[in-house]
Design a protein. Structure first.
Length: 274
């Protein structure tokens, strides 16, 4: 099979520690950056194989993440409030607080939310639609449109507003969006609330937007088809169609296809747990 229009999908089926997902993402990003560095070195370095675009999907243990504009800004009292146990929240009553380099401001990720991290080189994705690769703006639009298309499959109308993410109306956000680019290699992405406990969002001004609310597919009346793995596969298929149309193919992979031996020893370099 040709790999020119092939995208790998790794879905972590269990509730996953957020730091573990970050480690996997960092490993994937580093593979792209190593390849690009070899391409541009003088004299040329031995060329490693070109990485395949990969989407990592998972539902994490509870965590509040800040964006790059908020690095070092949370006070001790704010952090303590975010870490306080949430009553009647099941097996994961306490959230971590983690800094990241993505765009956007503070948001929540946790069980029942589908987190979607596409890792790809925007300039190497070529198709009839994107003959020169994607710009950052086109990539963000594709993330939003893919999410809107998936919502439509559940009978929920998603929209864009002047604020980032995907909304049900001007007041209710169903999916947060924040990305990071380094040498046109993408990381982070979308947090889609499928059946998330929305009480976690009561502790923050989600994404810094006063007067707005957070919703989920379940909150919007969707009762069936909310298994996160299936929603993930629907999202990835829509995304691939947006990249390459009918020529795009998805291959499901396992964690060991990425990590190999000793990968668990890698430490993410772009986040700190507070």
């Amino acid at each position: 099979m040709s790999t020119s229009h092939l995208l790998r999908h790794l879905h972590l089926p269990s509730i996953t520690p957020f730091t573990h997902a970050q480690t996997l993402q960092s490993l994937l990003v580093s593979q792209f950056l190593t390849h690009k560095a070899a391409l541009s070195s003088s004299p040329p370095s031995p060329l490693p194989p070109a990485p395949l675009p990969t989407i990592l999907t998972f539902s994490p243990t509870p965590v509040y993440t800040t964006g790059r504009r908020e690095l070092g800004t949370l006070t001790a009292s704010q952090t303590a409030l975010l870490r306080a146990p949430l009553p009647n929240s099941g097996a994961y009553p306490i959230a971590e607080v983690t800094e990241t380099l993505r765009g956007g401001q503070t948001t929540f990720h946790g069980p029942g939310q589908l987190v979607i991290y596409p890792i790809l080189d925007l300039k190497s994705v070529r198709s009839a639609t994107w003959p020169r690769g994607l710009t950052a703006r086109c990539f963000v639009n594709l993330l939003e449109q893919t999410t809107i298309d998936v919502l439509g499959g559940f009978g929920v109308k998603g929209i864009r507003t002047e604020n980032p993410g995907v909304w049900i109306d001007d007041l209710k956000k169903v999916a947060a969006l924040g990305v990071h680019l380094r040498r046109n290699v993408t990381s982070y992405g979308v947090g889609l609330n499928v059946c998330t406990d929305l009480r976690w969002f009561d502790r923050i001004v989600a994404c810094g937007l006063e007067g707005k609310k957070t919703t989920s597919l379940r909150e919007e009346g969707v009762k069936e088809g909310l298994e996160l793995g299936e929603v993930a596969r629907l999202w990835v298929q829509r995304f691939v169609e947006g990249l390459w149309g009918e020529e795009g193919k998805v291959v499901e992979i396992k964690e060991e296809d990425i990590t190999g031996k000793g990968a668990g020893e890698l430490l993410p370099k772009d986040r700190r747990t507070l």
